[in-house]
Design a protein around this ligand. Structure first.
Ligand SMILES: CC(C)(COP(=O)(O)OP(=O)(O)OC[C@H]1O[C@@H](n2cnc3c(N)ncnc32)[C@H](O)[C@@H]1OP(=O)(O)O)[C@@H](O)C(=O)NCCC(=O)NCCS
Length: 158
């Protein structure tokens, strides 16, 4: 099966929102937020498609106060497409974008109950030949509603 990776555009917002709903473990934000990301942050987001069917996406942005840091936010692959390298393909797609040469640090957050996400980003750090670091970020108390805590992970590229 051939998977194509591309930047999203405004009209992809609804499909991304639908995939967040299907993914099961992600915080579901409003469709409006995914339209904004697909439109205004298209360069740092990516879609994976099989023919024209959406099978994965990732959202990210460069920190406004530190544009040489890429924050990778939500990433998901359709449940029946997992374990085939689609998420890794989305991350590698970012590496091919012209702006990636300016990135000195990659940041993300992961909750302790998400081993798949930890394995994915550890694998990405390995492929970049860099260590991955971790520290606490958002506690359950701060997040409220019984949300799992989120630790910050980062990969320094320098
Ligand atoms: C996390 C997620 C995106 C991974 O997608 P995927 O396409 O299955 O991942 P890949 O096939 O590219 O795997 C990448 C690496 O992670 C590992 N991995 C993936 N899922 C794993 C799991 N459930 N347990 C352990 N390792 C796992 C793979 O073995 C691979 O490492 P390898 O190359 O050394 O074998 C997917 O499980 C998902 O959509 N989960 C729900 C949404 C979510 O939790 N997103 C992360 C938080 S934003």
């Amino acid at each position: 099966m051939t998977i194509a990776y591309r930047e999203p555009c405004l009209s992809d917002g609804a499909r991304i929102h639908q995939m967040v709903l299907r993914a099961g473990t992600l915080d579901v934000n409003s469709a409006y937020l995914y339209f904004l990301l697909a439109d205004q942050f298209h360069a740092t987001c990516a879609l994976a498609e099989s023919d024209t069917e959406l099978v994965g996406f990732l959202t990210g942005y460069r920190l406004p106060d530190a544009p040489d840091t890429l924050f990778v936010w939500q990433i998901a692959v359709d449940p029946n497409m997992r374990g085939r390298g689609v998420a890794s393909g989305l991350l590698h797609a970012l590496e091919t974008r012209p702006w990636f040469a300016e990135i000195k640090r990659i940041e993300l957050t992961i909750s302790p109950d998400n081993p798949a996400s930890r394995a994915l980003f550890a694998r990405w750090a390995d492929s970049l030949n860099k260590p991955i670091h971790q520290k606490p970020y958002l506690s359950t108390e701060l997040l409220g509603d019984g949300h799992q805590p989120e630790d910050t992970y980062w990969i320094d590229l320098d």
